[in-house]
Write a protein that binds this ligand. Structure first.
Ligand code: FES
Ligand SMILES: [Fe+2]
Length: 454
């Protein structure tokens, strides 16, 4: 399929909100600001317009399967989902099924979940077993993928034990996440991640556990969904109740090789407002995202809402995060949302959120969105919670443990069905992105073009 050539468009690379910059806000922090927050990397990227067919065409979907899902490193599961030898789980992406297994030697390995006899998937669910046995005719492998047994072995003199080792999928770990890459010739996970681990040195995600994991199928392309979580530009339209307490259009956007990030300050007013919210207004807007009740907490006279929020979060994390006193107010209050190409969204600092977006059942118009909260803990690591599946028409507020963000997710996903319908009925050819505030989307599409091969 032909990819539309990029549309050259004049943009003013230096144009920014006239409000307080994020770096300016950091200058007021009560703690020393670490290098990771001071970094700025606004790259020039050619993509400002994206062909609509990328969101609606089955042909482009098929290209993504071949060129992206079969070629990139992807977050498959958390290490704590498979803590014991014999524990296994499945990662499904498009028509691929990958079995992730912890071996007797405690090593994590990944295999294609397809029997080498007549192709039935080896496992249907996550679980624990001391070996890998196909339910169809009972071919049987060890946890390290070596062939153990074939019923009526005499009937398969042509099967060489060595050659019938389960084909392994490249895997690796970082931050407590297990990654897989179906491409046997891929670069190492380390190379692919680049500097991302350095960004998370102050917020070790390996020292967290999965406290909440919610999954929901949504009626839109996976990129329409993902892109709604990559910028703060939508706050004015989608979450207007937050404006007194969010520096939406003052956000900072950065891009590196395979990852990008946005930083949005909380407990600071939006430059969109034509009135000046006081400290209580700023706190109230963020503590009660629905604005349907007044928060019980009052900001003391001698404090700002930012300082109060930082203090409350410090107290909350005191028992589980040893470095909490050295963390800046920013790290306890603001939103740091990273994206590793193609679909992995770990949040920085202590905001707990991780998102993952995937296509659903080979339907270009459907996707799976997952919200994971990774929380610090004291003492022994708690077990990972099972996934809560919401029906397509079930609201996020039905899921347990999402807290006040459930209502925010409702707002976030309210537009997505209609966005997909709008794209399908569009008579124009491209979506048009902001130069700066949609940096993460532009970075994503630049990489997508590179993978798909413009
Ligand atoms: S298909 Fe697996 S044993 Fe026959
Ligand atoms: Fe949002």
């Amino acid at each position: 399929m032909a990819i539309e050539p990029l549309q050259p468009m004049q943009t003013d690379q230096g144009a920014r909100s006239t409000g307080l910059s994020y770096q300016g806000l950091l200058d007021t922090d009560t703690r020393e600001v670490p290098e990771v927050l001071r970094m700025q990397s606004a790259r020039e990227m050619p993509v400002v317009q994206v062909p609509i067919e990328r969101y609606i065409s089955q042909e482009f979907y098929d290209l993504e399967v071949e060129k992206v899902w079969k070629k990139t490193w992807q977050f498959a599961c958390r290490e704590e989902e498979i803590p014991e030898s014999g524990d296994h789980t499945l990662y499904k992406i498009a028509d691929l099924e990958i079995l992730v297994v912890r071996g007797e030697d405690r090593q994590i390995r990944a295999f294609h979940n397809t029997c080498l006899h007549r192709g039935r998937p080896l496992k249907d669910y996550a679980g624990n077993s001391e070996s890998i046995r196909c339910p169809f005719h009972g071919w049987h492998w060890n946890l390290d993928g070596s062939l153990r047994e074939i019923p009526c072995r005499w009937d398969f003199p042509h099967v060489d034990r060595e050659k019938f080792h389960l084909p392994e999928v490249r895997s690796g770990t970082w931050g407590g996440f297990v990654f897989v890459n179906p491409d046997p010739d891929c670069v190492s996970l380390e190379t692919y991640l680049g500097d991302l681990p350095r960004h998370f040195e102050r917020w070790p995600l390996e020292d967290r556990y999965t406290e909440v994991h919610v999954a929901k199928v949504l009626p839109c392309n996976w990129k329409v969904n993902q892109e709604a979580f990559m910028e703060a530009y939508h706050v004015i339209g989608t979450h207007p109740q937050m404006l007194p307490g969010i520096g939406d259009s003052n956000s900072q956007y950065d891009a590196w090789d395979n990852f990008s990030r946005a930083i949005t300050a909380n407990m600071t007013p939006s430059p969109h407002l034509t009135w000046e919210p006081d400290e209580q207004d700023q706190l109230g807007a963020m503590l009660t995202p629905s604005m349907d009740k007044d928060p019980q907490i009052r900001v003391p006279e001698d404090m700002t809402a930012r300082e109060l929020m930082a203090q409350m979060t410090r107290m909350q994390l005191q028992a589980s995060v040893p470095s909490v006193q050295a963390l800046t107010d920013a790290e306890l209050v603001d939103s740091f949302y990273y994206t590793l190409f193609p679909n992995f969204h770990p949040w920085g600092a202590y905001n707990r959120i991780v998102y993952r977006f995937r296509p659903w059942e080979d339907d270009v118009h459907k996707c799976l969105m997952e919200v994971i909260y990774l929380s610090p803990y004291r003492g022994r690591r708690p077990s990972a919670v099972p996934i809560q599946w919401l029906d397509e028409d079930e609201p996020w507020t039905e899921a347990k443990g999402l807290g006040s963000l459930a209502k925010v997710f409702e707002q976030d996903t309210f537009n997505l069905r209609r966005a997909q319908q709008g794209l399908r009925s569009a008579q124009h050819t491209h979506v048009t992105l902001a130069n700066y505030q949609e940096t993460k989307l532009r970075h994503f599409h630049s990489l997508l073009e590179r993978y798909v091969g413009a």
